[in-house]
Design a protein around this ligand. Structure first.
Ligand code: SF4
Length: 390
């Protein structure tokens, strides 16, 4: 179980060692052909900022070598906004008085048809956490409705037990995304005060349960803005390496969601000079605003650092990011990108007016994104390439 490894790494000491990295540490990491977690710390540290161009070039080359020019396209399909958890950063939070909606089979089919019409052969099913109405039985029925229409199905729903995952894999589930949100155990409690999600260790062990269930692929990540992103990213990389060693048949992806405005929560922060969001002084943090924010340059640095650490891991970018940023990031290590996303249940045709989980930033259509990818000399792939290669 990862918990044991996690407990051997103390947050403050890790944070200090990242911020103490020097230019010499960064140069040593850049010169190596295989990098370890100490190198990763150097590459995500403030000392690596002047080396961004070199990092980007290496990341570009490594990604070309492993993934060619393929950029996988994906789209979320929100099944439900019912949720029994309170999360301080989410529009679906239990304490947010919104109209709740869960798709029935007929509605799900209409959403499926709309997504198929856009050209997708791969879909990501998303829901809030409401075990009574949107539990394993509901997911099985949803997979039975969706499976005939897609080559490949991913899910981003509440953590489940190993037996539940085994059942869902039988029904055609291919991949699961489960983000820890933050590895800072005390602040995790502040952001998840009520509901099953408040159990930090249960969430932390979810990738182990997925690995034991034999999932084909899983996605990790943290919600950037809750805590120091460098330290949280170190823990993500630690988790990734543990999983790769323990469940070596499974493939892995990493996402980098930055906090976005949503109903009932986060207020947008002032833009920083490079187009990212400015940092909020720690003393002014209210629990609703991002505690820290990450500039666009820092997000590029993180993407490149992951690629320099791990040539195999897929790196994914969502519509949370701006069009300018996403266009720029295509060549720097990203391997999958969402487009045309709606973050509300029924958002494509059934109920476009229902409340979205968060505001998206890149509103362009899937076709427009595919054209942008082609203009950069890359090939948009409309279904998960593992299914294409099988
Ligand atoms: S982040 Fe997930 S668990 Fe938390 S309130 Fe939103 S939908 Fe519910």
């Amino acid at each position: 179980m990862f918990l044991k490894t996690f407990q051997q790494h103390e947050w403050t000491a890790i944070r200090r060692s990242i911020y103490n990295k020097t230019a010499a540490d960064v140069e040593r990491a850049l010169a190596r052909s295989h990098r370890d977690l100490e190198d990763f710390k150097a590459l995500i540290s403030p000392a690596a900022a002047p080396y961004l161009e070199t990092m980007a070039q290496i990341s570009h080359q490594l990604t070309l070598k492993r993934f060619g020019r393929a950029i996988q396209m994906y789209i979320p399909l929100y099944l439900s906004n019912e949720c029994q958890n309170i999360c301080t950063y989410c529009g679906f939070s239990y304490d947010n008085k919104i109209r709740r909606k869960t798709l029935n089979a007929g509605e799900l089919l209409r959403e499926v048809a709309a997504i198929r019409d856009m050209g997708y052969g791969h879909v990501l099913l998303v829901s809030g956490e409401a075990s009574q109405t949107v539990g394993t039985d509901y997911f099985i029925k949803a997979l039975q409705v969706v499976r005939p229409h897609f080559a490949n199905i991913s899910m981003e729903v509440q953590p489940l037990e190993q037996a539940d995952y085994e059942q869902l894999i039988q029904e055609g589930l291919y991949s699961v995304l489960v983000y820890q949100e933050t590895y800072h155990q005390e602040d995790y409690k502040l952001h998840h005060p009520k509901g099953k999600k408040s159990n930090f260790n249960h969430r932390l062990d979810t990738p182990d349960r997925l690995g034991r269930a034999g999932i084909h692929k899983m996605g990790l990540g943290v919600l950037i803005g809750l805590e120091d992103w460098r330290t949280d990213s170190f823990y993500t990389a630690l988790h990734l390496q543990y999983l790769e060693r323990t469940y070596w048949k499974t493939k892995y992806s990493i996402s980098f969601p930055r906090l976005r405005p949503h109903t009932g929560g986060v207020t947008p922060q002032a833009a920083s000079p490079d187009g990212g969001q400015a940092a909020v002084p720690e003393g002014e943090w209210t629990g609703l605003n991002p505690k820290v924010t990450m500039t666009d340059r820092e997000l590029i640095q993180l993407i490149c650092a992951y690629r320099l650490l791990d040539e195999e891991v897929e790196l994914s970018l969502s519509t949370r990011e701006s069009p300018v940023f996403r266009d720029h990031a295509i060549k720097l290590g990203i391997t999958s990108i969402s487009a045309g996303s709606r973050t509300n249940p029924g958002g494509y045709v059934v109920d476009p007016g229902s409340l979205e989980q968060f505001e998206i930033h890149d509103e362009r259509s899937p076709r427009a994104i595919a054209e942008m990818i082609k203009r950069q000399g890359y090939d948009p792939v409309w279904k998960d390439w593992d299914a294409v290669l099988q």
